[in-house]
Design a protein around this ligand. Structure first.
Ligand code: SF4
Length: 499
């Protein structure tokens, strides 16, 4: 059904914007299209038969950028009869029919709740030669039940929940992705096992707020239990998760992290602001004291833990004193890395219409000071690792400098980026393999290890990478959750400067 006029399979390309959740949704979009008979277009192919934009609504001017990109594609489409353009993701959920009004050459608009309909919508649009716009208000199928074309042989994302029950005033997620919907533990673990069976070594459990996982089926300790259950999966070497929420973070999760050997000692804990007044205005119900209390407990249980965070600077009403408080918390928490954002209005969020919007230059000046403080801390934290041995899961081309320097890259167990010299093992180490090496130099954002590696372990993920095989997880797993009855909800989004 997807064959082009010439009889060859139709090709597709997915262009992804935004957070990790969108990246994972794009893996599902690819999986669905391939199941429907499409083949991925070659990198250099400037005229794929189908181009899918998986959009993000959280960045300023996201819509201008989308319409700009759609504009560029118009002449390409005019020269390539049969080409189709689809727009999905958060911006599609938000703008809906507006997209085909502004860009009538778009063929399909689909929302965050109905990714699974994409192949049918493309087919219908072709058949009817008319645009198809389908946006659902709630989830019809849990996204993880859709076939997935994984991008990595060694690491995989697994959704545990979608949506969010919080109402942070800077965040568009609740209105676009809806209320939290939890996936059953058995289904999550089946998907993790399926990935491990394909050779995957590292799994990241994904949810807008992983700490509230279980809220739907009435078990507030469900997340800690899930981490421990991951510990029983043979062959699973690294378990990570994103993102927790300080409001719902419970001690049992710290215990589960500390006591489950394959759970990595890395924690991404969004702070957003160190000022209690700003947190209140953001409608974030924890305060800086609670935040620092959690960090203290995490460090007591796991002295080697690397803690990372998200910080927004220049939120409406933020005073110099509020900002100084954020710097204090940064110094006290000793983050190993921080994603820092200059506040900018996001249409549709309560904060966009708040009084006290700050001039851009004030926001920028604070931002520069924040970065300087963050880098001072992260550099000092990284320097503590010089001389230490780290276990690196080798990545595909992380760090563009690698080619120039002849180094390979990967992530240590605590999530730090490590560039290392392969020494006499050059040519033998594949993405997905495990290397032990000694840190010789620290920078604010990465570590270098320039001596001969101490050990190299070939893995099944490395074999798969060498053979050019990416894991695929089928759409239907044992005990597949059917999301139906209650007003379900959405697909995720993460690094939306959110949480
Ligand atoms: S920032 Fe995170 S926790 Fe807050 S509403 Fe958005 S998704 Fe939910």
């Amino acid at each position: 059904m997807t064959t082009a006029a010439a009889g060859s399979p139709r090709t597709y390309q997915v262009r992804t914007y935004g957070c990790q959740m969108n990246v994972h949704d794009s893996e599902r979009i690819s999986g669905l299209l391939e199941q429907a008979g499409y083949v991925r277009a070659a990198e250099a192919d400037e005229q794929p038969d189908v181009v899918v934009f998986n959009t993000c609504a959280v960045r300023e001017n996201a819509d201008n950028r989308l319409y700009g990109n759609l504009g560029h594609l118009r002449p390409v489409k005019d020269k390539h009869p049969g080409m189709q353009i689809a727009v999905g993701g958060c911006l599609a959920q938000k703008d809906r029919g507006e997209i085909v009004r502004k860009a009538p050459w778009v063929d399909v608009v689909f929302g965050t709740h109905n990714i699974g309909s994409l192949p049918v919508l493309l087919e219908r649009a072709r058949h009817n030669t008319a645009a198809e716009v389908e946006i659902l208000e709630s989830l019809d199928v849990f996204p993880s039940t859709l076939p997935t074309r994984r991008e990595s042989t060694y690491a995989g994302w697994v959704s545990i929940s979608v949506g969010c029950n919080n109402t942070c005033t800077f965040c568009i997620v609740p209105s676009l992705r809806g209320k939290e919907k939890d996936r059953r533990p058995g289904d999550i673990l089946s998907e993790v096992r399926a990935l491990v069976d394909e050779g995957v070594l590292e799994v990241t459990l994904l949810g807008q707020n992983v700490n509230s996982y279980g809220v739907e089926f009435g078990d507030r300790y469900a997340f800690g239990k899930l981490l421990r259950a991951c510990g029983d999966i043979d062959g699973l070497e690294r378990v990570r998760f994103t993102s927790p929420h300080p409001k719902d973070f419970t001690d049992d999760v710290i215990a589960a992290m500390a006591e489950t050997p394959n759970v990595c000692h890395s924690l991404h804990m969004p702070l957003q602001s160190g000022s209690d007044d700003v947190l209140r205005a953001m409608r974030r119900s924890y305060r800086s004291e609670r935040y620092l209390g959690i960090i203290e407990k995490v460090r007591a249980a796991m002295p080697d833990a690397a803690i990372t965070t998200d910080i927004i600077v220049g939120f409406p009403g933020e005073t110099e004193a509020d900002f100084e408080r954020t710097l204090d918390v940064v110094r006290e928490a000793r983050f190993s890395s921080a994603f820092t954002f200059q506040y900018s209005k996001r249409p549709g969020t309560p904060a966009a219409t708040m009084d006290g919007q700050l001039p851009k230059q004030v926001v920028h000046e604070r931002y520069e000071r924040l970065i300087a403080t963050v880098e001072e801390i992260t550099w000092a934290e990284n320097r503590k690792l010089v001389g230490e041995t780290v276990e690196v899961l080798v990545a595909v081309g992380e760090g563009r400098k690698d080619e120039r320097t002849g180094r390979l890259s990967g992530r240590a167990r605590d999530g730090r980026l490590v560039h290392f010299d392969a020494g006499s093992l050059a040519g033998q180490i594949r993405p997905g393999d495990i290397v032990h090496t000694t840190v010789t130099y620290a920078a604010p954002h990465h570590l270098n290890a320039d001596g001969e590696p101490l050990a190299h372990r070939r893995t099944r993920a490395g074999d798969a990478a060498e053979a050019g095989r990416a894991p695929r997880t089928p759409g239907v797993l044992l005990g597949l959750p059917t999301i139906g009855a209650p007003a379900a909800v959405p697909a995720p989004s993460g690094g939306c400067a959110a949480h």
